[in-house]
Design a protein around this ligand. Sequence first.
Ligand SMILES: O=C(O)CCC(=O)C(=O)O
Length: 285
Amino acid sequence: MATTTQTTTATMTTPPNPSSNGSTTNGLPSDPYQDALASLERDGFVVLPASLFPSFDLPSLRAAATRLTTSARSGTWPYIRTLPKQFPPWGSDPSAGIWGVQHLMHPSNPDHLTFAKSYFDAELLKYVGALIGCSQDELVMELYNMLVRPDREFALRWHRDDIPATATADEELARLGAHGWHAQWNLALYDDSSLVVVPGSHKRARTPLERAADPYEPHLPNQLTVRLKAGEVAFYDNNILHRGVYDSGKERMTLHGCIGSTRGDGKRARNVLQHGVGEWVKGSW
Ligand SMILES: O=C(O)CCC(=O)C(=O)O
């Protein structure tokens, strides 16, 4: 079978039909929020430049991230993603290594306000509202975690976050067709090329080849590595076919957030609550 199995690189996603003067081809000024939405809908992800978010304080975020990761690896921060487990729930024993640090905004984290400042960043929230398709006062806090360099070689299998691999093609299509009412993003504190996606797969069932592929297949047709420079933000549809491929020798501290909407349903709430946020968030703010 002829396939294009090369891994390509995503840099800045080009908005549809921009002209050189910031206007669209119909002469109207382009709207960056709607351009981002168009890219997300077309490709299943969009990379936004660091220059859009001047209030992200990378040195402070890196210092806070380093302190929390050190605590997590040494066992004094119990909210972690442990190796080699991909899906929650995770325990709190880091002795086999970790690949993530959970609950950055937990009030017992001395740096929780530093992380909260980036989660509630006004410009980020404007993008979140536009990408979800709801107003600012309908946004609902969900999760803020961090994906870190695993202590040993590790990768995630191909998956969609909210659709099991056992789903039939009809089940996949039904779930993919439902409006998500949430937005998910990665904010890289260091250059990061761990996320691999199959662009466009958020709108279709898996092909027979994808369905039959090894869960850790290194090369699916048209797969693309999302390469983020420090400070860049990738929003992605969490039901795009994707995986994480990690380099245990390279520093990774990528803030991994999601925000929902009051228009979301109970299924979304269950997906969020499986991360244990309900155990501390009520009454802490
Ligand atoms: O490491 C990443 O960026 C992807 C993480 C991921 O796919 C997940 O947590 O389900």
